[in-house]
Ligand binder design. Structure first.
Ligand code: NOS
Ligand code: ZN
Length: 488
């Protein structure tokens, strides 16, 4: 009976895991066999050589091998549903960012650690905010220019542990990247081209829908026009329509207005005015509100409670909260997020240190947006098996996997984060059910209303079925339905 008890224990725990309630059909079971074959091979190799296990490595070092992983290749093809947490100017691939730097009329300027980029009509219309030089000329004159430029558009380095010894240093470099690319992406035609590319890369990565956080930055054209935040939203909507026209199987996107948390109350008043305007102008496109920036150094949500309470019933919140390793100050944002009835929590890395918050958030079905690579690169965790999301997954907490700012760590789309999640957060025998549940969660916990939600889910189910068939075909599995007794 000892062994019975043990067995019961194991079964009970398994039944709580994310995805445990799903039942795979016969075709899915076959795909699962293929997936688990690949997965167990990587796990067994990892047991023999722990340093070679990819989730134990920094993403800058693991990416090359990940590209070749069979598990990763399957995840790339898998319809992942929605991408629910990423930031306006940190999403498109580094390769695409670099291609933008070959455009005409681009100027560069070195200032301290920054290398700013901006478009001007010609040499005579440069502004005096910096000593601008034509990028074309710089490129021709400087031998190591490509390497230099790459260093200004990406965090990727050979030895991240040396280059970024602590969380503040990596955040300083990270913020500088947003500054470097900000003006380049802010040029109106590039702004639209960039957003189009964001959607395209997600679409190519088998993602059907996106909710993106955005600052609504200043957008300009060469004649000196500056677009207002309301007009900037208009540019997004126009580009989205254009994209959906070109790729009708892409379901859509929404924007979470997410400006900086490093501000005073009157600035937040201004944010809320903008929010009201854009909600009125584009009710279907605006999903809600959030505040962003390094949480440890920015203002806590508690600074803005009366203001946030005032709009609580008219808007959904998607607060970043608990993206910290500290306990007792920054992480109290988690309490405010839950009290303000946030729809989802961004990161929520500290939530397990708060059992009451955890209990309330679970009861209110507040999904947690987990971004594995972001948390590793921005120095909350090294080995992803030690990420708190492993516990969330074991407890069946509604987790969604997100990519945050793939641009700046050399990733692309969602698949790299999904791979890390699958290989770190589940147990040895977590299988296709976990992946399927993560995809379903990304739709179920999106801000889509009930009708759109079930519409997207139906469309996702169709691509899921195609995916299953494709994997079977590719692996030469001849699938024929077993004949039932009646058939015989
Ligand atoms: O993980 C994150 N936590 C908090 N803020 C972030 C994160 N990633 C990006 N941003 C912030 O988003 C803005 C661009 O929209 C940037 O200013 C950056 O600081
Ligand atoms: Zn974020």
């Amino acid at each position: 009976s000892y062994w019975d008890d043990r067995e019961k224990f194991i079964r009970k725990e398994k039944s709580r895991e994310l995805g445990a309630d799903l039942v795979l059909n016969e075709k899915e079971e076959k795909v699962n066999e293929i997936l688990m074959n690949y997965k167990l091979r990587e796990l067994d190799e990892g047991m023999l050589n722990p340093a070679g296990y990819l989730p134990a490595q920094h993403f800058f070092h693991s990416k090359k091998a990940m590209d070749k992983s069979k598990v990763f290749n399957l995840i790339q093809k898998l319809p992942k549903g929605a991408s629910l947490h990423s930031h306006d100017t940190g999403i498109a691939s580094e390769e695409f960012l670099l291609s933008l730097t070959h455009k005409e009329n681009l100027y560069g300027c070195e200032r301290g650690q920054n290398f700013l980029l901006k478009f001007f009509k010609d040499n005579s219309s440069l502004d005096n905010s910096c000593q601008w030089k034509s990028l074309k000329k710089m490129r021709a004159q400087r031998k190591d220019f490509e390497e230099f430029l790459r260093g200004k558009l990406s965090l990727v380095v050979a030895d991240p542990m040396v280059k970024y010894p602590d969380l503040n240093s990596v955040w300083r470099a990270f913020i500088n990247l947003f500054r470097n690319v900000g003006n380049m992406i802010g040029y109106k035609p590039v702004f639209q081209e960039y957003f189009y590319q964001v959607l395209k890369e997600l679409h190519e990565d088998n993602v059907m829908y996106m909710e993106m956080r955005g600052l609504l930055p200043e957008v300009y054209d060469l004649d000196g026009k500056i677009y207002s935040p309301e007009e900037v939203v208009g540019l997004y909507v126009e580009t989205l329509e254009h994209f959906k026209h070109d790729y009708p199987s892409f379901y859509g996107a929404k924007l979470i207005y997410a400006p900086s948390r490093h501000v005073d109350n009157s600035t937040v008043d201004n944010y809320l005015k903008i929010l009201k305007n854009i909600q009125k102008l584009y009710p279907d496109f605006i999903a809600g509100f959030d505040l962003v920036g390094q949480e440890d150094l920015g203002k806590p949500l508690s600074e803005f409670i009366p203001q946030l309470l005032e709009i609580k019933d008219q808007t959904k919140f998607f607060f970043h909260a608990g993206e910290t390793n500290w306990e007792g100050e920054t992480d109290l944002n988690l309490i405010d997020a839950v009290l303000l009835n946030t729809t989802r929590i961004g990161h929520g890395y500290a939530i397990l240190k708060h059992p009451e918050v955890y209990r309330a958030a679970k009861k209110n079905r507040i999904a947690i947006e987990v971004s594995p690579i972001s948390n590793q690169v921005l120095k909350l965790v090294d080995d992803l098996r030690n990420h708190p999301a492993a516990i969330l997954v074991a407890d069946g907490y509604p987790v969604v996997i997100c990519c945050d700012d793939p641009s700046f760590w050399g990733a692309k789309g969602l698949s790299y984060d999904w791979y890390y999640a699958f290989m770190s957060f589940g147990s040895r025998d977590s299988d296709l059910k976990l992946l399927k549940q993560l995809a379903i969660n990304s739709i179920a916990y999106s801000s889509l209303d009930l009708v759109d939600n079930s519409d997207l889910l139906t469309k996702w189910q169709l691509s899921w079925n195609t995916f299953i068939d494709d994997v079977l075909k590719e692996h030469g599995v001849m699938y024929s339905k077993p004949r039932s007794i009646v058939d015989v």
